[in-house]
Each structure stands twice: as structure tokens, then as C-alpha cells.
Design a protein around this ligand. Sequence first.
Ligand code: ADP
Ligand code: AMP
Length: 215
Amino acid sequence: MNIILFGPPGAGKGTQAKKLVEFYNIPQISTGDILRANLREGTKLGLAAREYMDKGELVPDEVLIGIIKNRLKEDDCENGFMLDGYPRTVPQADALAGILEEIEKPIDIVLNFEVPDEALVSRIGGRLMCKCGASYHKTFNPPKEEGICDACGAEVYQRADDTEEAVKNRLDVYKNQTQPLIDYYEKMDLLKTLDGTKDIEVVFEDIKAILAEFA
Ligand code: ADP
Ligand code: AMP
């Protein structure tokens, strides 16, 4: 199963990805998580990406294409993968098509999470992240023990780019640069849109029902 989780920031892609990883035993490839890990480790890539990420802008395509090209060739992608946060531009989608053709792993489905802007803003405003990639919400999905990640026990934190200013910019960037990919994948007959406003467990059930035909 080769899946793209698609949708605006805050739509619930990362939350569902973590559940799907356990259920289907295929890796989540979150470009946001990869960039944040580089930031934490202070790599050259992380330092270069920081200025874009803090402002809510996209990191240049060639950087992301390089990351994805290497990651998809790793052994754990052999039986499938879930892309989360990539592609975000038409050039990224074109590059992905080329990479996947080369490694003979076509995309099976693009799951498009639909959530209105007001909900996205309140989700992102209350988001708590863990360095392991787990995502919580102060009200909608709090960790069992306050401030501590259920999955790995580390402290959860608010992302530096989850500020009101950066969120506004990220939603604009999504509309201008990423949303055109809905048409792109619709034309390829790969797009499946789902209602991302439902409860986390309900969205998970909906996704499993959609994916059942590939399992
Ligand atoms: P994305 O990866 O698409 O940016 P996340 O999975 O990090 O989004 O979710 C954004 C925020 O919304 C997090 O705080 C998460 O706990 C919360 N969230 C995710 N799915 C839902 C849902 N179905 N209902 C309410 N809140 C949700
Ligand atoms: P995310 O965790 O998906 O919300 O991504 C956080 C930030 O990382 C984005 O606002 C961008 O600055 C950067 N980023 C993540 N994925 C991409 C991508 N595919 N293309 C460009 N920038 C990205």
C-alpha cells in the first residue's frame, strides 16, 4: 500500500498516520518530522530549513525532493509507505512520480482530508507535539499524563511555527501552492476525499474502510 496523506496543516494527517503505522505496519514518512529532527540535531539541512519553517513558508523543492528520494529507497518502504506532508507543490509531485517510476512503486491512493479553516486554526492553536512525531491537542486529544507523550514518555511542546501569524501564512501557502494538487491527483483518478471534521476514532474507521480494498 503506497499512500499519500493529503490536506491542509492541522487536518489530522499526522494523528491518523501514527494509528495507521500500527495497523498496517508500513512507515509514515513525514517531511515535517524529518525537517524538525534535523533542526533539533542542528544539521546543515536543519539550519537552512529553519527560516522557512518558522515563517510558515515552504522549504525549497529541491531540498524536499532530495529528502524523499533517499527516504523512499530505504528497506522499510519495501511493502508500502505513507507520505505525510509531501508533495506540497506540483514540482514535488512531478518529482515523486519520476522517483516512484524508477523504483516501481506506484501510488495507490491519495487520501484528501477536508477540514474547514476555523477548525484548522483551533486545532493548530492547541496542538502539542512530541519529538517522536506524536501529535496531541490540549482539549481535543490531550496526553494521558499532562505534558508527557503517551507513546515515548518525552515532554510534549508547542511547535515554533504554531503561532497565529505562521498559521495564517501556512493556510495561504496551502491554498496557493498545495491545493492545486487536488486536481492533479483527481485527474489521475487517485484522489479519495474524506470528512476530517469527525472524531479521531471515526476518521480512523473511515480510512480503514477506504483502504480495506487494498489490504
Ligand atoms: P497535520 O499532521 O495534518 O498537520 P495533526 O495530526 O498534527 O495535523 O493534527 C492537528 C491538531 O488537531 C492536533 O492537535 C491533533 O491532536 C488535532 N486533531 C487531529 N485530528 C483531529 C480530529 N479528528 N478532531 C479533533 N482534533 C483533531
Ligand atoms: P508539517 O509538519 O507538515 O506541518 O511541516 C512543517 C513545515 O516544514 C512546513 O510549514 C514547511 O516549512 C516545511 N515542510 C514540510 N514538508 C514540506 C514540503 N513537502 N515542502 C516544503 N516544505 C515542507
